[in-house]
Write a protein that binds this ligand. Sequence first.
Ligand SMILES: Cc1cc2nc3c(=O)[nH]c(=O)nc-3n(C[C@H](O)[C@H](O)[C@H](O)COP(=O)(O)OP(=O)(O)OC[C@H]3O[C@@H](n4cnc5c(N)ncnc54)[C@H](O)[C@@H]3O)c2cc1C
Length: 459
Amino acid sequence: MERNDLETLAARCEGPVLVPGQEGFDEERTGFNLAVRHRPEVIVGAARAEDVVAAVALAAAHDLPVAVQGTGHGFSVPAEGGLLVTTRRMTAVRVDPRARTAYVAAGARFAQVIPEAARHGLAPLNGSAPHVGVVSYTLGGGLALLGRSHGWAADRVLAMDVVTADGRLRHVTPDAEPDLYRALLGGRDNFGVVTGMEFGLVPVARLYGGGLFYDAERTPGLLEAYARWTATVPDEMNSSAALIPFPDDPQVPEPMRGRRVWHVRIAFTGPAEAGERVVEPLRQAGPRLLENLRDMPYERSADIHDDPPVPMPWAADDAFLADLDGDTARTLLEHTGPGAALPAVVELRHLGGALTRRPAHPNAVGHRDARFMLAVLVPLTGGSAADAHAFLRRLFEELEPRSVGRFLNFMGHGDAADRERTRTAYTADDHRRLTALKAVYDPRNTFRLNYNIPPGSGR
Ligand SMILES: Cc1cc2nc3c(=O)[nH]c(=O)nc-3n(C[C@H](O)[C@H](O)[C@H](O)COP(=O)(O)OP(=O)(O)OC[C@H]3O[C@@H](n4cnc5c(N)ncnc54)[C@H](O)[C@@H]3O)c2cc1C
């Protein structure tokens, strides 16, 4: 790109246009996962939709690939050259209490939407961590804390504003642009840069929630007990079980310090007394190190998972499981339990309930019949990245026969992001449809720095 191209771009944009070496460039390309960073030829720090239009139009004119970064929680493929659009300045949030909807700009986080909606007794279908970006989370499907009660976040999307590869800003609704609507929700960043999104809220003001913590060494049967328990619970019960190797660090609460801990997370949308009764059998699974279940306002729901809000480096992968039988639990624990080669964080989210429903308007979020989502994260503080990726590859290869596919939002970067593995995030029909739509909306694959869907014939 020539200097005068950059000058023209800067004149069109309200946000900054940055090139390597310029002040602010490194900060702009740094996201939440510190393991990887984009190395683009130019960054557009978009402040409004028109900046995105100017950026994509210029990239298309020069045949440059375009990458997008919101908060950097979901890194897939790093840009080496090309143009990076960052959306951190686009943070508008509006809640319409009468229509029970919210509109968010591309860079908004759930931490902004949750309190705004709570003022009206409403809630978005956010995930475990409020610092995650709303738009990309939802484009990837959005596996919500209340998923079993209320379904996928993507299914509640009413409209999106998106800049497609031809540099056009389009207003996408199920009626106005059904193909693009269907492709974006699940196809994520393959079809354009979403500059804003409108979606439905749910009438949830309170929850019975929190966690039960078990010493993993003293409760070897916890995972199987959890799997048996999930088969008995109503759709109001949303839960997950996470195996967390806590460091021997004074900042970690004493009972967990230096221990491998099973953390069973609970978000029950019925009355607290009913929640108490449903949880009771889990207490028979073994002695608890700690328990903090309580009736809570939805605004406090981030306490349930208590995901650390500080950026760090990690590698990750995931698999949807048809079931969590004894063999699967054993394989998982052989790799990640006591004596594991690396300190991995393992999470199994119980699916089913409203997550199995078909959406009112078709989208590309797949594998709705799976019973569990397995996500494994290896922190890269200290250890080698190559070892972590090899560890994940070995584990997921072994689990492959039990997996029914993958979930974009927890897939990770490196090997986890290659095209063949990306294909498994979709049903065969959806993937065929997406490749055909990609050929229509992005024939040159301008949006290829992602879990890529290549343009194809649809066969
Ligand atoms: C601590 C933590 C907790 C999480 N909890 C959950 C959970 O409970 N449920 C769940 O489903 N997911 C969860 N996730 C995953 C998260 O939803 C995805 O990683 C999501 O992609 C993050 O979006 P982001 O904008 O924050 O990240 P980014 O890394 O900025 O974006 C991720 C990808 O989305 C694309 N993208 C970003 N903005 C746009 C846009 N405006 N238009 C088009 N494409 C865009 C980018 O190309 C990028 O590759 C969690 C992640 C973390 C780190």
